[in-house]
Design a protein around this ligand. Structure first.
Ligand code: FAD
Length: 380
């Protein structure tokens, strides 16, 4: 909805509206606008820098949101707002925003882990404190299970976040070095390798981490029972704040769109194979064996879906395949965490049960699904 027009003197002005802009009243806007008359797709968009001191932008409204109320989300109106072209024309979305987006998605993955951690802590504290039938509710297996699963999801999403951040660090360091001197061909290969892994794990960490964050927020309220529905406890706010994580910087469905090519090109499988090649303590051998079985189910499911030439069917199955890969990757990461430090052993054992149930469920769905049934899902 934002148009950039170049004036005769070569300078640019912006006109139109931007919705849902976090911190929209900031001094500097890095903003995407349609600069190429008559275009409709992403290739007609350029990036601009707007400086508030030049005027021309009004905050028409601050959105009344469900959560993250400490973060102002603005609707902005640009009226002949002077702006400077950033970089090259037409590269705004396809190059610059794509580059910014991966960093932002990693940020939301971290935000998800933070909210998940708080949800877990609040639930744990309440479950130890609240007594029913003469004992703390954490002593009931049904409550203990919720708490253990919350912890396993929290630890799994944190491990994935750190693994992803490590890959980002690796390729960025090599990128920095390349500005000082030419990289050797080995280093160039290494940079490409880590860049690819970062690209593969970012949508996975954001997509699955934000969904776990929402699930933990839900369970946090459940552990609180009726009190959880009241505004008296932090869990009510956590539940509302968690909800945005699977929406902004690309919904979970869009993370799947970004991740699926790493299913089909084998990035995830290659990564899984490197984890599987690691030696672990004998106590973890059972987890390792189970993960190898799940990997077999995943590989078979990928082959099954890929054998089809029906694109709608492939898109329909994409989320399941990405989740299967994610469950296995997180299972291995927790196993390796437990191998290094025993404090992760409980989460690794709880998570493998969860991962096995999820991967089996998806495998069963994919194997028994007749593509002709797609018409029932698409008919409205
Ligand atoms: C609080 C808040 C702050 C925000 N801050 C900013 C900001 O600072 N800057 C900024 O630029 N944006 C910001 N946004 C916008 C945000 O990134 C988008 O709202 C979000 O990416 C979803 O896009 P959309 O709202 O257009 O939903 P839509 O794209 O309309 O999505 C609607 C539904 O359709 C699905 N869908 C859409 N396309 C596809 C597809 N190709 N494949 C599968 N499913 C699909 C989605 O998953 C979703 O379920 C903010 C939004 C909110 C709510």
């Amino acid at each position: 909805m934002l148009k950039a027009t170049q004036k005769e003197d070569g300078t640019w002005v912006l006109n139109g509206v931007k919705r849902f802009i976090t911190n929209g009243d900031s001094d500097i806007h890095l903003v995407l606008a349609r600069s190429e008359e008559g275009t409709r797709d992403g290739r007609g968009l350029s990036m601009f820098i707007y400086d508030k001191r030049n005027g021309g932008v009004n905050v028409r409204r601050i959105e009344n949101k469900m959560g993250i109320k400490g973060s102002p989300t603005c609707e902005l109106v640009y009226k002949d707002a002077p702006a400077e072209l950033c970089g090259s024309r037409r590269m705004g979305l396809i190059k610059y925003v794509m580059a910014l987006m991966n960093g932002a998605r990693l940020g939301i993955a971290a935000q998800s882990v933070g909210v998940s951690e708080l949800a877990y802590r609040e639930a744990l504290a309440y479950a130890k404190d609240r007594r029913q039938f003469g004992k703390p509710i954490i002593e009931f297996p049904a409550v203990a299970e919720m708490i253990a699963v919350m912890k396993a999801k929290l630890d799994a999403s944190r491990s994935l976040l750190y693994e992803c951040a490590r890959y980002v660090d690796m390729y960025k360091i090599l990128d920095d070095i390349s500005h000082e001197r030419a990289l050797t061909s080995e280093e160039k290969q290494e940079r490409k390798h880590y860049n690819r892994l970062a690209d593969a794990l970012t949508p996975m960490a954001k997509g699955l981490g934000s969904e776990y964050c929402n699930q933990n927020a839900y369970d946090c309220i459940q552990v609180h029972g009726g009190s959880g529905f009241m505004k008296d406890y932090a869990c009510e706010r956590i539940y509302r704040d968690a909800r945005i994580t699977s929406i902004y910087e690309g919904t979970t469905q869009l993370q799947v769109v970004a991740a699926i090519r790493h299913v089909t090109t084998g990035t995830y499988k290659a990564l899984i194979d490197t984890y599987a090649a690691e030696e672990v303590r004998p106590e973890l051998a059972d987890i390792k064996e189970r993960l190898a079985v799940l990997t077999g189910m995943y590989t078979a499911a990928v082959e099954h879906v890929e054998a089809s030439d029906n694109q709608a069917y492939k898109d329909f199955m994409a989320r399941r395949l990405v989740e299967m890969a994610g469950n296995i990757v997180m299972g291995y990461l927790l196993m390796l965490d437990a191998n290094r430090n025993e404090s992760f052993t409980a989460s690794a054992n709880v998570y493998i049960n969860l991962a096995a149930a999820e991967v089996t469920r998806h495998s069963e769905f994919i194997n028994t699904f007749d593509p002709a049934q797609l018409s029932y899902y698409m008919a409205h």
